[in-house]
Design a protein around this ligand. Structure first.
Ligand code: 5AD
Ligand code: SF4
Length: 333
């Protein structure tokens, strides 16, 4: 699909007037780690190959989204870097001129070997999931002894010029004594740190209840040790509350999906590897765009299907009050 001239560019709006300009694409539901709050160690029914978007289909859909006004795309998984030829796909996306930002969320295990190609493809910011700075504890969280590999991945990505943000899922009894250490690590390495409230899904309700720590608790603990000022240029639509740490140049953020839902400023939608288009992380309403493609739909019909689904984006999630049927490794957070 050709880019439309600038004056014909559309914007994608939902039924509550929110402008949707951020698309997260999960390229696979598979992962080479087994974080205990995300995936059980065995018995996971992964999607068969024929059920997931081909890159050709994904690029076609991505172009339609870009023409509808999507300005930022984040590649997620599962672990996106385990999918074959994903660097080809990212490189193709990186060549789309109207896209303002292309980013990646990864567990970091394959980052060292991919860093060069990711940078060449146009990736400048990478979120790395890292819930502890202790090697033994890391192994207990993810099921694999690969902490040094992740650190090496982070270091290599930095050397290539990418800005790193750590995603830390905060969990009582796991990493609640490490929050300050994470901030010190961030200052030392010039890396932003973001603490995420653990969210319930169909496979982790006990964990999410028993290990939950609110962002306010983390903030209060950090505030005693560090000078935290609300960050100046934090985008209104961002889901994280963000703070500058003294004069260090790094930011600390909090994703508080449970305690401070950010729905009113939500600007994002999600495309899952199996074709499901989710307009809210916590709602399984939406359509399957792979099936729409397979019916032989023209681009205009796909556009209409997307616009219709976006108009029905729910105003807010009810995560604190209802059990969710979220499958996190299929959605990519
Ligand atoms: N609650 C909060 N964060 C989660 N993630 C995965 N599962 C959960 C959960 N249940 C995080 C990952 C990754 C990000 C995409 O989502 O650690 O950093
Ligand atoms: Fe893999 Fe990320 Fe889930 Fe951990 S949280 S198992 S790294 S998809």
């Amino acid at each position: 699909m050709e880019d439309r001239p600038m004056n014909e560019k559309m914007s994608l709006c939902d039924g509550y007037g929110r402008v949707i300009d951020y698309l997260r694409i999960s390229v696979t539901d598979r992962c080479n780690l087994r974080c205990f709050y995300c995936m059980p160690a065995s018995g996971i029914p992964f999607l068969p190959h024929e059920k997931i978007f081909s890159y050709e289909e994904l690029l076609r859909i991505a172009d339609i989204f870009i023409n509808l006004g999507i300005k930022k795309i984040r590649i997620t998984g599962g672990e996106p870097l385990v999918r074959n030829d994903v660097l080809y796909f990212i490189d193709q996306l990186g060549s789309r001129r109207s896209l303002e930002e292309l980013t990646l969320t990864t567990n970091g295990t394959l980052l060292a070997e991919c860093a060069h190609d990711l940078y060449s493809a146009g990736i400048r910011r990478v979120n790395v999931s890292l819930d502890t700075l202790n090697r033994k504890r890391y192994e207990r969280v993810v099921g694999v002894d690969c902490f040094p590999l992740v650190l090496h991945g982070i270091e290599t990505a930095r050397v290539h010029g990418m800005r790193i943000k750590l995603n830390v899922v905060a969990m009582k009894g796991v990493n609640d004594h490490e929050f300050s250490e994470f901030v010190r690590f961030g200052i030392e390495k010039n890396i932003d740190v973001r603490f995420i409230e653990v969210m319930p899904h169909s496979g982790n309700t006990d964990i999410a209840r028993d290990m939950y720590i609110s962002s306010d608790e983390i903030f209060n603990a950090l505030h005693k040790r560090f000078s935290l000022r609300p960050a100046e240029n934090a985008a209104r639509s961002t889901t994280a509350r963000s703070f500058s740490v003294g004069e260090s140049g790094i930011k600390v953020g909090f994703i508080s999906a449970i305690s401070h839902p950010f729905c009113a400023h939500c600007n994002r939608v999600r495309l899952m590897a199996d074709g499901n288009f989710r307009t809210c992380l916590f709602s399984d309403s939406g359509i399957n765009l792979k099936k729409v493609i397979e019916r032989g739909a023209r681009d205009e019909e796909i556009e209409t299907a997307i616009k219709t689904a976006v108009m029905q984006k729910p105003f807010q999630h009810r995560l604190a009050t209802t059990a969710s049927a979220l499958i996190m490794h299929r959605i990519g957070g």
